[in-house]
Design a protein around this ligand. Structure first.
Ligand code: IPE
Ligand code: IPE
Ligand code: MG
Length: 266
């Protein structure tokens, strides 16, 4: 039996179940479980991070081919600085190595890459490659790839609050003009549409300070698979699950109209 063919058949089977008209256009991903994947194999955690990059490449390709428009990944949180210095240094190095290697292809695919987070603590060489990658791809419009590094949802909200307070004290805006729309436009995600779907791998059921504002109404899919083992098959399963959800946004669209009797209120 040809194992590759069996895998391909399974993926195609799932692909056929996806309704292309109801795709989540923006998917956020908490890529978690790299360390555990490596430890399980008796390898250093760094191997898990390296393998995680290969998975990310596959998932980006699959989401683009499917017709999704934006992927936002959590690559390094504001809390990840508390890890051993060697691991932090490894990750910082990995970011520049991968970016250097992949930017040509990212650009050729007409993908725009954006880094979201406070870049100031990163070394100059990483900041430079980030900045040149962003400017190289800034006019690409096929696909948007957001990479959250040194990102924290609470820090982002505090930053917006500070900026609006400054604008207000400078007389540029009135406090009464501050509303959701204005707040949203000041976020690091720059007012792009919120993710319809959040995927977190490795079975952890928490947000870990990711996109606190933007995930207000996203559907959450938890995969038990560790990120370095995640693949197209698991990704399509997440999308199929998302498509089976009833997104009510506080309403009652799930009920057929008129099914709620007045007497039920009394
Ligand atoms: C996610 O995997 C990658 C980063 C946070 C950089 P982890 O490194 O958190 O792996 P686990 O959760 O310890 O297995
Ligand atoms: C979240 O994963 C951050 C990233 C994936 C970059 P963590 O592994 O840091 O989150 P916790 O510590 O399990 O909440
Ligand atoms: Mg983790």
């Amino acid at each position: 039996m040809n194992l590759e063919k069996v895998v391909d058949d399974k993926i195609n089977e799932l692909l056929m179940k996806i309704d292309k008209q109801k795709l989540p256009k923006h998917i956020a991903i908490i890529m978690d479980g790299n360390g555990r994947w490596a430890i399980k194999r008796g390898l250093p955690r760094s191997f898990g991070h390296k393998q995680g990059v290969n998975v990310l490449k596959k998932i980006l390709k699959a989401s683009k081919n499917l017709g999704c428009k934006v992927i936002t990944v959590y690559a390094f949180s504001t809390e990840n600085w508390s890890r051993p210095i060697k691991e932090v240094e490894f990750l910082i190095n990995l970011f520049s190595e991968v970016l250097k290697k992949e930017i040509k292809e990212i650009h050729e695919e007409s993908t725009k890459i954006k880094f979201i987070g406070d870049l100031t603590p990163f070394p100059k060489n990483l900041r430079e490659i980030i900045s040149s990658s962003e400017s190289l791809t800034k006019n690409n419009n096929e696909f948007l790839f957001n990479v959250c590094v040194n990102y924290g949802g609470r820090q982002e909200i505090v930053k917006v609050a500070k900026e609006l307070a400054l604008k207000s004290s400078a007389g540029e805006i009135k406090p009464s003009e501050i509303n959701e729309e204005l707040f949203n436009s000041e976020l690091l995600t720059g007012g792009i549409k919120d993710p319809e779907l959040l995927i977190r791998t490795s079975g952890e059921k928490r947000i870990s300070n990711f996109l606190l504002w933007q995930l207000a109404y996203s559907e959450i899919y938890i995969s038990d698979v560790l990120w370095p083992e995640f693949n197209e098959h698991e990704f399509f399963k997440a999308i199929i699950d998302y498509q089976s959800r009833n997104r009510r946004f506080g309403g009652i669209e799930s009920l057929p109209t008129g099914s709620f009797e007045d007497s039920q209120y009394s």
